[in-house]
Design a protein around this ligand. Sequence first.
Ligand code: IMP
Ligand code: MG
Length: 188
Amino acid sequence: MTKVPPFRVLLPRDALLRRTAEVARQIVVDHAAEPPCLVAVMEGARTFATHLARHLPWRDPVHEIRASSYGSGTVSSGTVKVLTGHDIPADGRDVLIVEDIVDTGRTIAALREHLLASGARRVGVVALLSKPARRVVPVDIDYLGFEIPDEFIIGFGLDVAGRYRELPDVVVYDSEVERSALGWSTLG
Ligand code: IMP
Ligand code: MG
């Protein structure tokens, strides 16, 4: 992408990286006895999980799971399907789901059920961001980066319809800012 619209920065990269390191340290302290099975929710959590893993001493790979809920827009469809990750060795393990953002809570709730059904002993949640005002399904987040207000955000791995994942900071998506910056007449 050549031109980036001037979206408002909510969380600058240095704060995201600092907090990610703190969260990792806490996970290590709490899992001294046995490494957890880490499961990152693709694609959004890829960036967070990559930075998190740099601070973890375990050699096990971070597993990837994919769930569908949003389609291509900014509004959740309400139903969540687990698309990949059926081969994750969760049986008997202490599993930690690594998620970019907990919004309604539906994705985490569905993935928890899925991983428990796969034999996980316990399923915990690591989330970079949480929008508590949007919660529909209650979710316990064991490790949280930041609570944020009810705004649609992008960057640091988060996207809108596949765009802006590569932005270094977490910024607030605004279709008007995008439209005027990019000279779009209509928004698909
Ligand atoms: P939930 O099931 O409503 O909790 O939605 C969680 C998923 O929706 C996350 O994994 C994100 O992929 C996506 N999502 C929720 N809020 C945002 C946002 O503000 N920006 C980008 N993606 C979001
Ligand atoms: Mg996601």
